[in-house]
Design a protein around this ligand. Sequence first.
Ligand code: SF4
Length: 322
Amino acid sequence: CGVGCLVDVKTRNNKVIELRGVKDASANKGMLCAKGATLGEILELDGRILTPRIRNKRELAFQETTWENAIAEVAGRLRDILDKYGADAVAMYGSGQLDTEGWYLANKLFKAHFGSNHLDSNSRLCMASAVVAYNTTLGSDGPPTCYDDISHSDCIFIAGSNMADAHPVTFQLIRKFRAKNPDHTLIVVDPRYTNTAKSADIYVPVKPGGDIALFHAIAKIIIAREAADTEFVERYTNNFDDYVAMLADYRLEYLAEEAGVELALIEQVADAFIKSENLLSFYCMGLGQSSVGTAKNQALIDLHLLLGQICREGAGPFSLTG
Ligand code: SF4
């Protein structure tokens, strides 16, 4: 998955006989989740479909066929649909498992050849909001952070992610680091009291959809306490006055109500942010999969810019991917 664990694989007679996480890999430090640990099994050929299969009706059993036949069948059926109903009648749904070259060719085929604009992928639900937010706030579409930042942080803020279950290897890195650093602060924002939330020092049960209000409320408190990193803001950001003016449109009490969080708890989070030397944020689909997913991501990245908590070890926004 997007965590990118490295694995050592030993084979004998074309069979996987041992599979382990690479000890010094920064993503997994020797660990693997259940999916990674059983990777060897999916490399086995037993039980895999090795030839194309076709059925002419859904209720019929599949029949094995050759690649030539299968490709001709797909091309013929697409041709029929295009001739009968036009380009808007065909669509393609892909995923991040297609490489750049594969996607390029798929786009050529559907857009240039068929004249259809209906191409989409699971990336829409996964990284699209994060990428647009990075581009519009930082000017570059990748996280400015890496796994080693965990061990340089003194405060980790997790929003919209149940890392303990969904990214267990990364969460183990956090757990292990925190076990050795009892002063480390973990803040978890989630409407559900997840396994991740259970590990938090500060748990924030935000109302579903209340994330932006929460992030803006934190920003207002930071600005009101004159705790923004003004030097960083002046040197490296644009349109700060517009940001402050936008925040001024909302009363703190209103934002707290919209977030569904007690103001005192938001103040506690803002205090932890202000106190932190190195603040690292992890966030995932809870922010991204929303009609305002990009704005949620942006509002969180803006907090890092406001505090100058970026561009050094242990600090910055870190979107998790699927
Ligand atoms: S977290 Fe699990 S699925 Fe993701 S890369 Fe690591 S072992 Fe593979």
